[in-house]
Design a protein around this ligand. Sequence first.
Ligand code: C5P
Length: 227
Amino acid sequence: MKKITIAIDGFSSTGKSTLAKQLAKHLGYVYVDTGAMYRAVALFAMQKGYISSSNFDKKALINDIPNIKLHFEFNADLGFAEMYLNDSNVEKEIRTIEVSSFVSKVAEVSDVRAKLVEQQKEMGKNKAIVMDGRDIGTVVFPDAELKIFMTASAETRAQRRFDELEAKGDNVSYEDVLKNVQERDYIDTHRDDSPLVIAEDAIEIDNSYLSREEQFAAVLELVDEII
Ligand code: C5P
C-alpha cells in the first residue's frame, strides 16, 4: 500500500483535528496538529509579556524565536500526541480562549511561520502523515496526494467550540466564542504571509450538516482511490 501525505486545511473549529485523528488512527499514520504549534508560540509570547490585549512587541518575539523549542509526544491513553513547549506539556494551556485571542496575531509573523513550516516539513518527509492547519496544502506540502479544505458556517463552528469549552468547565459565552472565530477567520484569510486560501487541487467539504461518521466515510473513499 502506498504511503501518502494528507493535508487538511480550513477555517477554525471546522473539525479538522477530529477528522485528521480518525484518519491517522485508521491508516496508522502520524497526526500533526499545526494549530497547536502556533498556539504554543502564542503561549510563549504571553508568558514572556510580548503580547497582551494592549500591546504586541513583535521584535522581542522574533529575537526570542531561537529559544522556542516545540515537540509532540504521543500519549497512549489519549491516543494522540500532546504539545510540548520547552519540554513542558502545554496541551491544556494552549486551548484557552485567551490563547485563541492572540494566536492569529502571532501566526501573522513571517519569522514564526518560517520556523514552524521548516519543522512541519521535516516531520512529513517520510510521508504517512495527516497534518491539519491553514497552509498545509498550499505551503507546507504543496505536493500532498490528498488535500481537504473544510468549511462550515461561523455559527455552527462557534457552537461546536462553545460546547467543547463548556464541557471542559471554561466560563465563556457563546457570543465571545463566535467573535473569536470570526476574528481569527478574518486575520487568517487576510494576512500577507501564507493566508488561508483553498489550494487549487483541494477537495472542499462543508460539514455544517454532515455527521462525523458521514464525513469520515466520504474522505476514506477519497483515500482508498489513491492508496
Ligand atoms: O487550528 P487552530 O484553530 O488550533 O489554529 C490556531 C491558529 O493558529 C489559527 O487561527 C491560525 O491563526 C494559526 N494557524 C496558522 N497556520 C497553521 C495552523 C494554525 O496560521 N498551519
